[in-house]
Design a binder for this molecule. Structure first.
Ligand SMILES: *Cc1c(COP(=O)(O)O)cnc(C)c1O
Length: 372
C-alpha cells in the first residue's frame, strides 16, 4: 500500500460486531477477565493499552515504514520516555538549534542524570569529534525549528552506527509524508502529533516509531505504560481521523508554502527567507534527496529589524498570531519572544506555518502587512 491508502486504511477496520464502517471509540478503562483470570481480548487496563491507541500506533508505524509505534499525550512526553530509557550517565548529542521545549527538558528534567552536548548537525566532522565513550544517542531534528536547517540523515546514521549509538530523529516538520527517517538509517522517529498529524490545532499528542523491536524499544514500550503519559482514547480516535487526510493536506501545505516562500524571497523588505525548497537555502540539495516535499514551514528576517517584525505579526488578517504549526489555518509569530532570552533565534525573525487558505490571499495578506 502507498501512503494515501495506508493513511485511510491502516488505522481503521470496520467493526465486526456492529458493522460500523468506522471503528468505534472505546472509552472503557478496564477490560473483562475470563474464568482463568486471563484477558481474552488482549486488553487489560486503559493505561497499558486501548484499542483506539493500538489503531493509531498501527497507522503511524505503517506510514513511517516502521516495526512498531508508541503514542503519547504530547510530543515532549514522547521525548521524555525515550530519554528515560537511556541508562543514567549516558551522553546525548543534540542539535544546537534543538526544539526549545526538548532542549529545556534535557537541561532541567535530566540534569545530573544525562549529559548533553549541543552541536551543529550540519558539520558531520564536528558531530563525530563530539562523541565520547558515554555517548548513546545522537538526536537530530530536520527540518529544524525555526531556521529550517536540514540534517543529512544518511550521513549521521553512518556515524551513529560506527560508534554504536542510536540515531533518533524529530521529524515533526516533515511529517511521515515527506520524510521517512527509518528508511534513511535512523533508529527511532519522534513526532509531535499536535502539529501536522493532528492538523487542526485541537489535539496535543506525540509519538515514537521504531525501525526494529530491539531490547531498547521494549524498554521504551514498557516505560510508556509505567510512565503513563498516554493519549486519551478520544484523542487517538481524532488523530486517526486526521491522518486519513494527511497526505493531501501535506501536498497543499507544500504547494502554498513554495508560493509564499518565493513571494517573500522577492520582496524588497525581506532580508532572508529560510525555506528548504528555495535553491538558495544551504540545505536545498540534501532536502531534495531525503524529502519528497519541503513542507509548510518557513521563517524570514525582516529588513528593518525587531520592531518591524513585531509590528508585522500584528497586521496580518489571515495569518493568526499564535505559536504552534501544522494546522489548516496559517499562523505567524515573532519567534524570539516565544523562546525567551536564552534563544539564539534572530530578533527580526518571523516564523510562519502556511495553512490551507488560498495562496493568493496569503501572499496579499503578507504584502499589506509588510508594506502597511
Ligand atoms: C511542537 C514540537 C515538539 C513538542 O511537541 P508537543 O506536542 O508540543 O509536546 C517537538 N518537536 C518539534 C519540532 C515541535 O514542533
Amino acid at each position: 500500500m502507498k501512503p494515501e491508502t495506508l493513511a485511510v486504511h491502516a488505522g481503521n477496520h470496520p467493526d465486526e460486531k456492529t458493522g460500523a464502517v468506522i471503528a468505534p471509540l472505546i472509552t472503557s478503562t478496564t477490560f473483562l477477565r475470563n474464568e482463568e483470570g486471563g484477558y481474552t481480548s488482549g486488553y487489560q487496563y486503559g493505561r497499558s493499552s486501548n484499542p483506539n491507541r493500538t489503531s493509531l500506533e498501527n497507522v503511524l508505524a505503517a506510514l513511517e515504514n516502521g516495526a512498531d509505534a508508541c503514542a503519547f499525550s504530547s510530543g515532549v512526553a514522547a521525548g521524555m520516555t525515550l530519554f528515560q530509557a537511556l541508562e543514567p550517565g549516558s551522553h546525548i548529542l543534540a542539535p544546537d538549534d534543538m526544539y526549545h521545549g526538548l532542549r529545556n527538558q534535557l537541561l532541567q528534567v535530566f540534569a545530573g542524570v544525562l549529559s548533553v552536548s549541543f552541536v551543529n548537525m550540519g558539520d558531520v566532522d564536528a558531530v563525530e569529534k563530539a562523541i565520547t565513550p558515554q555517548t548513546r544517542m545522537i538526536w537530530i531534528e530536520t527540518p529544524s525549528n525555526p531556521l529550517l536547517k536540514i540534517t543529512d540523515i544518511k550521513a549521521l546514521s553512518a556515524i551513529a552506527k560506527k560508534h554504536h549509538c542510536l540515531l533518533a530523529c524529530d521529524s515533526t516538520f516533515a511529517s511521515p509524508i515527506f520524510q521517512k527517517p527509518l528508511d534513511l538509517g535512523a533508529d527511532i522517529v519522534l513526532h509531535s502529533s499536535t502539529k501536522y498529524l493532528g492538523g487542526h490545532s485541537d489535539i496535543i499528542g506525540g509519538a515514537l516509531i521504531t525501525g526494529d523491536k530491539s531490547s531498547f524499544w521494549q524498554k521504551v514500550k514498557n516505560f510508556q505504560g509505567l510512565g503513563g503519559a498516554v493519549p486519551s482514547p478520544f484523542d487517538c480516535y481524532l488523530l486517526i481521523r486526521s491522518i486519513k487526510t494527511l497526505p493531501w493536506r501535506m501536498r497543499a501545505h507544500d504547494e502554498n508554502a513554495r508560493k509564499v516562500a518565493a513571494f517573500l524571497d522577492a520582496h524588497p523588505l525581506v532580508e532572508t527567507v529560510f525555506y528548504p525548497g528555495l535553491p538558495t537555502h544551504p540545505g536545498y540539495n540534501i532536502a531534495r534527496e531525503q524529502m519528497t516535499g519541503f513542507g509548510g514551514m518557513l521563517s524570514f528576517l525582516v529588513k528593518s529589524g525587531e520592531g518591524a517584525a513585531k509590528a508585522l505579526v500584528n497586521k496580518t488578517k489571515f495569518f493568526t498570531q499564535a505559536t504552534s504549526l501544522g494546522g489548516v489555518e496559517s499562523l505567524i509569530e515573532h519567534r524570539y519572544s516565544v523562546e525567551g532570552p536564552e534563544s539564539k533565534t534572530p530578533k527580526n525573525l518571523v516564523r510562519v506555518s502556511v495553512g490551507l487558505e488560498n495562496a493568493e490571499d496569503l501572499m496579499e495578506d503578507l504584502r499589506q502587512a509588510l508594506e502597511g
